[in-house]
Design a protein around this ligand. Structure first.
Ligand code: HGY
Ligand code: MN
Ligand code: MN
Length: 404
C-alpha cells in the first residue's frame, strides 16, 4: 500500500513550482521556466531512483527502469504543463503517481519482465502554442513538424525558438517511430475532471472512452469606428456577431447533449471607446460521438454566418485541432477493472495524451476521485487518501502488465 504520508511528502516537493504568487492556481506553460523547473524536478527524482532519463526529439521525457530497447515496455505518465491559472493535479498527479508506483514495486521486490518507464509529455494543454497534446501528436506523426515549428505563443515566440531555448534542436521535431515502437502498453493516471467517481463513492476508476473534441477559431471582421460618434444603425460591429455566436454555441450544445465553451477572446483594437475592427474567439466543442460533434460545430458555423449577415460583418470558423472519439482497448479496460476489484469504468470529456497514444499502442487510463469535479481551475483537487489509493492501484496494474 502507498501511504498517505509518502504521497504528501513527494507531492509537496513539486507543488511550489509554477504556483501563482497570488494564489491563483498554477501557470506552467510548455517549455516555460516553470515547465523546465518541473522537468528538472523529474530528472532529479528519476536519478535518485536510479532510472535512466532521456528526452526524445519532441521534448517528451522518459525515466526508464530497465533497458528501453528490450521492447514491449510498460509506460505510464502524463504532463506537467497547465492551463493558465489551472489546478495542481491535472497532469502532475500522473507523473508523481508513476514515480511512487515504481517505489512500491521495488518495495514489493518486483522484478519486471519488461522495461517500465514514467513519462512526462510536452505541452499537453496547448496553453502556450494552441495545439493540445503537442508532444504526443509530434511523437506519433499526428502533427506536421513544419506546422509545429511555426506555432507561436502570445508573445510571438515560435515553438522552434522555445525548444531551442530549452536546449533542443527544433529541426529534430517530428514523428519518432523507433521510440513509439518501444511502448508495448501505455497507462495514464489522471485526476478525474468531473464528479462521476464522487457520485459512485469510488476512489479510483478506469476510463472507457474520451469524447471527440476539438478547437475552432472564430474570426469576425467588421469596421472599426468611434464609440461615441458612430450611429448604431451605421455600425458593422464584430463583437455583436461574436457575442451572438457564443450564446448560440451554448444553446446548440445544450440541444445536442454536447459541450461548447468560449473561454478565450481577442479584440482588435481592444479599446473601450472604439467599435472593434475584428474579434477572434476560440470555440472548444465536445460531444458523446463524432456525428454529434460534427453537427454541433456545423450549427455554430451556420449561426455565426447568419448573424454576420445581419451585422454586416464576415465570420469564419477554422479548425485548430480535432480528436475523434477514443474507445480505450476493451480487453485492457476489463482486465484493469477486474484487477482493481470491480472499479467503475467511465468515459470522459477531457482530452489526454493517452487519447493520442491509444491509436498506436494498447492504452488505458486510471482516474482518481475529484470530490468537487472542478478542473482547469485552482480549486481542482483530490484527497491525499485517494491519491495514495491511486498510486497503489497504478502499482498493481503496472505489476500485472510488466510481470506477466
Ligand atoms: O482540454 C482538455 O480536455 C485537456 O485537459 N487538455
Ligand atoms: Mn487539462
Ligand atoms: Mn491533463
Amino acid at each position: 500500500m502507498m501511504t498517505i504520508e509518502r504521497f504528501r511528502v513527494l507531492w509537496d516537493t513539486l507543488l511550489p513550482i509554477g504556483r501563482d504568487p497570488d494564489g491563483a492556481g498554477w501557470v506552467r506553460y510548455g517549455f516555460s521556466p516553470a515547465d523546465l523547473a518541473c522537468r528538472d524536478w523529474f530528472t532529479g527524482q528519476a536519478a535518485a531512483r536510479g532510472l535512466t532519463v532521456e528526452t526524445d526529439r519532441n521534448g517528451n521525457v522518459f525515466a526508464w527502469w530497465g533497458d528501453p530497447d528490450a521492447g514491449d515496455a510498460v509506460v505510464t505518465g502524463s504532463h506537467f504543463d497547465s492551463v493558465p491559472h489551472g489546478g495542481a493535479y491535472d497532469g502532475p498527479l500522473g507523473i508523481v503517481s508513476g514515480l511512487l508506483a515504481l517505489d512500491l514495486l521495488r518495495q514489493r521486490g518486483v522484478e519486471p519482465r519488461r522495461p517500465v518507464a514514467v513519462a512526462a509529455f510536452a505541452e499537453e494543454e496547448g496553453s502556450r502554442f494552441g495545439v493540445a497534446c503537442l508532444g504526443t501528436r509530434l511523437l506519433t506523426g499526428a502533427l506536421d513538424p513544419d506546422t509545429a515549428r511555426a506555432l507561436t505563443d502570445s508573445d510571438g515566440v515560435t515553438l522552434a525558438e522555445a525548444v531551442t531555448a530549452a536546449g533542443h534542436d527544433p529541426e529534430a521535431l517530428g514523428a519518432d517511430p523507433p521510440r513509439l515502437a518501444r511502448i508495448g502498453t501505455f497507462l495514464e493516471l489522471h485526476i478525474e475532471q468531473g464528479r462521476a467517481l464522487a457520485d459512485l463513492d469510488a476512489p479510483v476508476g478506469v476510463a472507457s472512452a474520451i469524447w471527440p473534441h476539438g478547437r475552432w477559431r472564430l474570426d469576425v471582421t467588421g469596421e472599426g469606428n468611434h464609440a461615441g460618434t458612430t450611429r448604431m444603425a451605421d455600425r458593422r460591429d464584430p463583437m455583436l456577431t461574436a457575442a451572438y455566436t457564443v450564446l448560440a454555441a451554448n444553446k446548440e450544445a445544450r440541444l445536442r447533449g454536447g459541450h461548447a465553451t468560449v473561454g478565450r477572446i481577442e479584440v482588435t483594437p481592444n479599446a473601450t471607446n472604439a467599435v472593434p475592427a475584428a474579434v477572434s474567439a476560440w470555440v472548444d466543442a465536445r460531444a458523446p460521438d463524432d456525428a454529434t460533434l460534427q453537427g454541433l460545430v456545423e450549427a455554430i458555423r451556420v449561426r455565426a454566418a447568419e448573424r454576420a449577415g445581419r451585422d454586416g460583418t464576415s465570420a469564419t470558423m477554422t479548425a485548430e485541432s480535432l480528436t475523434p472519439v477514443v474507445e480505450f482497448d476493451t480487453g485492457l479496460r476489463d482486465r484493469l477493472t477486474a484487477l482493481l476489484g470491480g472499479a467503475p469504468a467511465l468515459p470522459t470529456g477531457a482530452g489526454h495524451d493517452a487519447g493520442v497514444l491509444s491509436g498506436h499502442v494498447p492504452t488505458a487510463m486510471l482516474f482518481v476521485r475529484n470530490p468537487t469535479g472542478v478542473s482547469h481551475a485552482p480549486a481542482e483537487g483530490a484527497s491525499d487518501a485517494d491519491c495514495a489509493a491511486g498510486v497503489t492501484a497504478l502499482a498493481d496494474v503496472l505489476q500485472e502488465l510488466a510481470c506477466r
